[in-house]
Design a protein around this ligand. Structure first.
Ligand code: SER
Length: 338
């Protein structure tokens, strides 16, 4: 008998760490972790299986479903925005073909056991593309349907995979002869910049926030690669994990859309520096904008309108900016480097 399980791809990334922790603490979900990098041992112990492998390896995915009956997939594996600009072909393969492989697997599993596989997909503010800073300032908090003109390979990949997910949920095999086609249940969140107290992101463009705080706590100087005026929405990791699980568990009839903005607070890089300085007064933070990379931040919204998530499935961040710094980031990061 195959055992029912939840599959987490990209499990060795920072969202994966938080999600594995959450499942280990709160219920008895059988977790299959998949990543090209091995999981640290303490996290392996919290999973039923921890597989080192590539989401592009279809044989590996087939072997996986011969052993486990997958009921939910948290598909986190991706190359983030900065890294994807350096290797756009690889990014397309991993971010798009990899997602397609997982969508096919989810569909196959849905046909086998008859329950729609919940497919949770973290998308991003990178799907938005504002033409310039003036338009960004004027746009304010933007809705899911506005400014869908991504300017990065990563943003294009995420936007397209949102559409693929919707297609697999609603229309896949629409011309097939069988009348009762069971399809997957795709749900996606457009995350703002995520900040974790325990892990560092790699290859993202919003990474300056985490880098600035972690450098200050270590007493290391930090030159921020965006100007003080650059503004983005952010969220701390505990809220990101909670939002993923809450969306996955929301009753289907409550969801009026498949892709939701979620946000917690919006900060300029100068405001971020001020928060960091008030916790670490000796921090050496300078601004040395790296223009092409900083320009990507200018195309992303200053904030997003997450009212559909709030009204459909009760999204509320637990960490507004004050609490995020005072009760999560500063104490946990200080402890980490003590
Ligand atoms: N945080 C991501 C990045 O910077 C955006 O989703 O690439």
């Amino acid at each position: 008998m195959r055992k029912p399980a939840v599959l987490i791809t990209g499990a060795s990334g920072e969202v994966g760490f938080g999600l594995i922790d959450r499942f280990a603490q709160t219920d008895h979900t059988r977790v299959i972790a998949l990543d090209i990098k091995p999981l640290p041992e303490e996290l392996q112990a919290r999973c039923s299986a921890s597989i080192v492998g590539d989401i592009l390896d279809e044989n590996l995915l087939q072997r996986l479903i011969s052993e486990f009956e997958i009921h939910a997939i948290y598909h986190l594996a991706a190359l983030l925005s900065t890294r994807a600009e350096y290797t756009p072909d690889t990014a397309h393969r991993v971010n798009v073909e990899g997602t397609l492989n997982l969508l096919k697997l989810a569909h196959e599993q849905t046909r086998w056991h008859g329950h729609p596989v919940t497919f949770v997909f973290p998308s991003s503010i990178a799907v938005y593309g504002l033409p310039n800073v003036a338009a960004k300032e004027k746009a304010g908090r933007i809705r899911e349907t506005d400014w869908n003109f991504p300017t990065t390979m990563y943003g294009c990949n995420k936007a397209y995979c949102e559409m693929l997910g919707r297609y697999y949920s609603l229309h896949y095999r629409q011309l097939a002869a069988e009348s009762d086609i069971r399809r997957i249940d795709f749900r996606s969140l457009r995350f703002p910049g995520l900040i974790s107290a325990t892990t560092m992101p790699t290859g993202g463009t919003s990474d300056y926030a985490a880098e600035m705080i972690h450098a200050a706590a270590q007493g290391v100087p930090y030159a921020c690669f965006v100007p003080p005026t650059a503004r983005l929405p952010f969220m701390v990791m505990p809220d990101a994990i909670r939002s993923l699980v809450q969306l996955a568990e929301a009753p289907a009839e409550k969801l009026s859309q498949r892709v939701y903005n979620v946000s917690a607070f919006s900060l300029s890089a100068a405001q971020l520096r001020d928060r960091v300085l008030s916790a670490f007064p000796k921090a050496q933070i300078t601004f040395d904008p790296q223009i092409p990379r900083a320009n990507i931040v200018d195309t992303w919204p200053a904030d997003v309108d997450d009212s559909p998530a709030r009204s459909d499935w009760g999204w509320r961040p637990e960490y507004e900016v004050g609490r995020a710094f005072d009760e999560y980031l500063i104490p946990a990061i200080t402890k980490r480097y003590r």
